[in-house]
Design a protein around this ligand. Structure first.
Ligand SMILES: [Cu+2]
Length: 218
C-alpha cells in the first residue's frame, strides 16, 4: 500500500496521460478481482456439488458450453474491453499535432548516468532537471548516447525507452505547478539506481520568468 502514493506513484496521477494509465490500472484490478471471485466460486461449487448422472450426449453439451463460453466468449470480450479502454489512453501519450495549444519541445539525452536536458528554442541546457509550464503539453525528444535507458515520471505519464541512434517522442503534461520526480526505468549499468531527475512545473507566468532568467545566465 506504501506504493500507492508519494512522488514515484503512478497511482497518484498529476497529468492527463498518467490519469489515463491509473484509470486503466484500476479497471484491470477490478476486472481481475471479479474474475478471481468468479473462478473461486465455481471451484468451490464444483467441489461441493453432488455428481450427476449425465448421458454422454448431455456431458458433451455441457463441456462444449464451457469451452465456447470460457474459452472463446470470455477472452474475446475481455480483450475487446481492454483495447477499447487502452487504445484511447495510449493515444494521449502520442505526440499528435494539436489544433489549439502550442507544444513545448525539450530534448533529453540519457547518458551513463545522468540526463542531459536541452531546450532547442532557447539554447538552455540543464543536468538532471527539467522545467515545464503547467497545463501545457510538452514533447520530450528522447535519445541515448550510450546504452538503452528509459524515461519515466510516474505521476505524469508512461515510460518510454531511450535508444542510441533513435529519437522517441513522449508527450507529457502536468496539470498543476509542482515538483515531480523521475527515474531511469531500464537497467543501464552500475549507476542505474541513482539515475534520477526532477521535473519542476511552473505556473505559465512563472515559466516565462524562469525561461528569461535561465537564458540570461548563459
Ligand atoms: Cu539509465
Amino acid at each position: 500500500m506504501g506504493g500507492c502514493s508519494g512522488p514515484y506513484s503512478a497511482l497518484d496521477p498529476a497529468g492527463p496521460s498518467a490519469a489515463g494509465a491509473a484509470g486503466l490500472w484500476w479497471a484491470m484490478v477490478g476486472f481481475a478481482t471479479v474474475t478471481l471471485i468468479a473462478v473461486v466460486s465455481l471451484w468451490l461449487y464444483a467441489l461441493r456439488r453432488r455428481p450427476r448422472q449425465w448421458s454422454q450426449e448431455q456431458a458433451r453439451r455441457v463441456h462444449n458450453r464451457w469451452i465456447i463460453g470460457g474459452g472463446l466468449v470470455l477472452p474475446v470480450t475481455s480483450i475487446t474491453l481492454l483495447l477499447a479502454f487502452g487504445i484511447p489512453i495510449g493515444h494521449r501519450m502520442l505526440p499528435l499535432p494539436l489544433a489549439d495549444s502550442e507544444v513545448v519541445r525539450i530534448d533529453v539525452t540519457a547518458r551513463q548516468w545522468w540526463w542531459d536536458v536541452s531546450y532547442p528554442d532557447s539554447g538552455i541546457r540543464l543536468r538532471d532537471e527539467l522545467h515545464i509550464p503547467a497545463g501545457t503539453p510538452v514533447d520530450l525528444h528522447l535519445t541515448s548516447d550510450d546504452v538503452i535507458h528509459s524515461f519515466w515520471v510516474p505521476r505524469l505519464g508512461g515510460k518510454l525507452d531511450m535508444l542510441p541512434g533513435r529519437t522517441n517522442v513522449l508527450r507529457l503534461q502536468a496539470d498543476e505547478p509542482g515538483l515531480y520526480h523521475g527515474q531511469c526505468a531500464e537497467f543501464c549499468g552500475i549507476g542505474h539506481a541513482h539515475m534520477k531527475f526532477t521535473v519542476r512545473a511552473h505556473a505559465p507566468s512563472e515559466y516565462a520568468a524562469w525561461l528569461e532568467g535561465a537564458t540570461g545566465d548563459e
